[in-house]
Design a protein. Structure first.
Ligand code: MEV
Length: 329
């Protein structure tokens, strides 16, 4: 049986940004961790292309169409795509990047089962799909974290931490961007992430475009982006030395800067206030405007309860989990 006649299953984790969202689009350093929550996709031969029973549609499924055209070609034998998992959609936890990583891995396997893709190639393809869906403005933060797993650092320069993995470039409406992607392995500790979901869907593309608009109308505000970079660098140093109290401080400081940038919301602020007393640090995570906040805590049960009492839905994760993987084929 040829590879294209078999069912392929792949999964990839979501991500949580500890420092530097939005500023990373402009080259500032940022740190993200792969979370325990994952999406699993299966691709099975079918009479026509579909996603969870609906016809594949470029407007509704831009990442899937992009990756299908790239790996298999527009005329490829049709497949039924099924997606399942526990990453809430449009909530700042990288569900679209996780989908791109998992679909990309499955399609790359279908194309050439005997020559698996490298993480570098797969994260490049997933980033291109993400950028196409985000109006040309997307850092490789989400896609590299879903592909690599663990803890990932991005910057416009090679950092003296961890292990450098590869460079990524993108032509954005604001010009050429280049990011250096690194993996780090922070010392373990008994700390958890509690993710509090406001339940408000906030598309990343809209949030990123809003920041771009604010910077275009007042270029002075680039200072706020640079300040986020300074805090991210401090948070990164704390993380690699295992000083989780300082990591928490930097997260809370990062949040104040994001709030100043206009990407928080009343619902996020309520969950953040609720989590503060039992946490080392709290901030919004991802694009903001809704979606999720994250608390770094040694008391995940207490922190979750406080967030839920304030109306949020919670997920708990350890820091750093396995990246993309083929499940069975
Ligand atoms: C979204 O998870 C993170 C942002 O920084 C956008 C990006 O990096 O592409 C808001």
């Amino acid at each position: 049986m040829g590879a294209s006649e078999a069912t392929v299953v792949a999964s990839a984790p979501g991500k949580c940004i500890l420092f530097g969202e939005h500023a990373v689009v402009y080259g500032q350093p940022a740190v993200a961790v792969a979370i325990e929550q994952r999406l699993t996709v299966s691709l099975a031969p079918a009479p026509s292309w579909s996603v969870d029973g609906s016809a594949l549609n470029a407007a509704k499924h831009p990442h899937i169409v992009h990756l299908r055209n790239r790996f298999l070609g527009e005329d490829a034998s049709p497949m039924a795509v099924h997606i399942q998992g526990d990453i809430p959609r449009a909530s700042g936890l990288g569900s679209s990047a996780s989908l791109s990583a998992a679909i990309g891995a499955a399609m790359a396997h279908l194309r050439k089962a005997d020559a698996p893709m490298t993480n570098d190639e797969l994260s490049e393809a997933a980033h291109a799909a993400e950028a196409a869906a985000q109006l040309g403005r997307a850092s490789p933060m989400d896609t590299s974290t879903s592909v690599e797993g663990g803890v990932v650092v991005l910057s416009d320069q090679r950092e003296e931490v961890g292990e450098w993995a590869y460079s990524r470039t993108l032509t954005t409406p604001e010009g050429e961007r280049r990011w250096e992607v690194h993996r780090i392995d922070p010392p373990g500790d008994d700390v958890y992430l509690v993710l509090g979901n406001t339940g408000v869907h906030a598309p990343t593309s809209k949030q990123v475009a809003m920041v771009a608009q604010a910077l275009a109308s007042n270029p002075e505000r680039m200072r706020e982006i640079q300040a986020i970079g300074t805090v991210a660098r401090r948070g990164l140093a704390a993380l690699v030395s295992g000083d989780y109290e300082a990591v928490g401080h930097a997260m809370s400081e990062n949040h104040l800067l994001l709030r100043g940038l206009g990407v928080s919301s009343d619902a996020l602020e309520e969950l953040i206030q609720a989590a503060l007393p039992t946490s080392l640090g709290v901030k919004l995570t991802g694009g903001g405007g809704g979606g999720c906040m994250v608390a770094l805590t040694r008391h995940p049960k207490h922190t979750s309860e406080a967030i839920e009492l304030a109306g949020g839905r919670t997920l708990v994760s350890k820091l750093g989990n396995e990246g993309v993987r083929l499940e069975l084929h």
